[in-house]
Design a protein around this ligand. Structure first.
Ligand SMILES: Cc1cc2nc3c(=O)[nH]c(=O)nc-3n(C[C@H](O)[C@H](O)[C@H](O)COP(=O)(O)OP(=O)(O)OC[C@H]3O[C@@H](n4cnc5c(N)ncnc54)[C@H](O)[C@@H]3O)c2cc1C
Length: 474
């Protein structure tokens, strides 16, 4: 918790030499805020290209008015981060120089760091799918083509009640190739099917109208348990599943039909498919500057130790959120679970101590089954089902009660994580998470992982002076 004493002076905008730099968005901002509220004595900076963020957990529920639009966004970066750390808002890192411990920024500055935390996700935007922007710019949603990108309030306004009115023909629900933003959470086909079923009963939609799921992947979910449940549910509810098809573009043909061009991943065969509605998660691309620096692999992910979140290549780089390179289902809830681990380990790194915070791989996936029904899944590393995995039955009062409670609770949790209030952050918020020495870690023990497999580099003290300042106050 924030201590007493005189207010720390604001760091000048001209400062470029830091102990710790974080690059990213909502999660990076939260990390810096939680570091500041703790014993933070480091000279720190954040580089982020937005001033506030759409909360992933409220994106869908705001559009369908389960919760008010007012709850869509985080507090601003500058409201969250106190001025004694540098908040470089509205700039991007254009070049990473990991061998020199330097970052080149779009505003012309060059930052140096002792440790770097990366939380840049993927390059995820409508322009990544040919034709999607044309549909988006054409009108305010009446053409029934929606891009699911969580970039702005304007999009949420345009996407309002997407999928509720599908009168005839096929509705395409598309997920792009793994790894992608939303891979654990953006499956809305059951929600749309619920509307469609009622509309068909009332004669409002044609009996032949269909919901289809298309994806270049071989599975809907990488979590095998969840995948099986989803496939079974699609089968029961008449949702067609077309796996192994990559969406290449969407466009109108000469007679005004909407056409989706798909390529078969295995055979390379191209098909042109007419459709009426489309809900599209456009492809997630790697951030080019991360790949060219050698920090990330060709797919844009960073190879980190899956327990400590330290880069295997550069000892002073940590990464969390969607960008992590190990096999998992990427979710915001996972990034929240990783936040205290990175926070602790990067401090330990700077102080020359053992990296003993261990991430157990926790990921949480809500699955919306209808307008106000849902269930949830959760797994730890290696897709091992977590204790509360799939505990809610699919329909009836329990599923309905879960939905109501989940929409409120997840919004509140997201709000707490991204508000301007200063505290120690997840999991406890009003006190710091503490971690036992590696050899006593129960999760590692239960998996038979020896501490030596987790330790990758020799600890070395990197920050002396600020410690001494800190202790001098006590
Ligand atoms: C439609 C949709 C719905 C979703 N719903 C949910 C949900 O209900 N629940 C859930 O748990 N998850 C959900 N997710 C997933 C969730 O959005 C991601 O898992 C989460 O946002 C990952 O966070 P991140 O911080 O790793 O990356 P991001 O949220 O992508 O943030 C990265 C930030 O870094 C910035 N950045 C990148 N490179 C640079 C650079 N060089 N310089 C400066 N800034 C840079 C980016 O601009 C961005 O602001 C959803 C995703 C989608 C697409």
């Amino acid at each position: 918790m924030a201590g007493g004493g005189p207010k720390k002076p604001a760091i000048p905008a001209t400062e470029t030499d830091f102990d710790l730099v974080v690059v990213g968005g909502l999660n990076a901002t939260a990390l810096l805020k939680f570091l500041q509220a703790g014993e933070a004595r480091y000279k720190m900076a954040i580089v982020t290209d937005s001033s506030k963020f759409v909360l992933p957990e409220t994106y869908f529920t705001c559009m369908h008015e389960h919760i008010p639009l007012l709850k869509l966004e985080s507090a601003t970066v500058t409201a969250q981060v106190e001025a004694w750390s540098r908040a470089n808002v509205g700039s991007r890192v254009t070049e990473y120089k990991p061998h020199e411990n330097k970052l080149v920024l779009s505003n012309g500055q060059t930052y140096s760091y002792k440790a770097l935390v990366l939380n840049p996700g993927f390059d995820h935007k409508s322009a990544n799918l040919s034709g999607l922007l044309d549909f988006e710019n054409e009108d305010r949603g009446e053409n029934r083509v929606w891009g699911h990108v969580i970039d702005s309030k304007q999009r949420v306004v345009r996407n309002r009640y997407h999928g509720w009115n599908h009168p005839a023909g096929d509705m395409i629900c598309y997920s792009p190739a793994h790894p992608y933003k939303g891979e654990g959470t953006d499956f809305y086909a059951f929600y749309y099917e619920h509307f469609l079923r009622q509309d068909q009963l009332q004669g409002r939609s044609s009996r032949s109208a269909k919901i289809q799921y298309w994806s270049p992947n071989k599975v809907i979910s990488k979590f095998p348990y969840m995948n099986e449940v989803m496939l079974d549910e699609c089968h029961k509810r008449g949702i067609e599943v077309h796996l192994g098809w990559e969406l290449q573009k969407i466009a109108y043909n000469t007679i005004g039909e909407k056409i989706a061009t798909f390529k078969c991943v295995e055979s390379g065969k191209i098909i042109e498919k007419p459709f009426i509605s489309a809900n599209i998660n456009p492809p997630s691309r790697p951030h080019a500057e991360l790949v060219s620096s050698g920090i990330a692999s060709a797919d844009g992910t960073i190879d980190v130790n899956k327990y400590t979140l330290q880069s295997k290549k550069f000892e002073n780089i940590f990464a969390f959120g969607d960008v992590v390179g190990f096999d998992t289902t990427r979710t915001q809830q996972g990034a929240v679970a990783q936040n205290p681990v990175v926070k602790h380990n990067v401090s330990q790194f700077l102080d020359g101590k053992e990296l003993n915070a261990i991430y157990d791989g926790y990921q949480y996936m809500p699955l919306y089954l209808g307008h106000s029904y849902g269930t949830s899944f959760a797994h730890t590393h290696d897709f091992e089902p977590a204790p509360m995995n799939h505990w809610v039955p699919h329909y009836g009062v329990f599923s309905n009660a879960w939905f109501k409670r989940f929409t409120k609770d997840s919004q509140k949790a997201a709000d707490k994580y991204t508000s301007f209030k200063k505290n120690d952050g997840p999991p406890h918020y009003n006190f710091k998470a503490r971690y036992v020495p590696l050899q006593h870690n129960e999760y590692l023990q239960s998996k038979g992982v020896r501490p030596e497999e987790v330790k990758m580099f020799e600890p070395k003290v990197r920050v002396h002076d600020h410690h001494d300042d800190h202790h001098a106050h006590h």
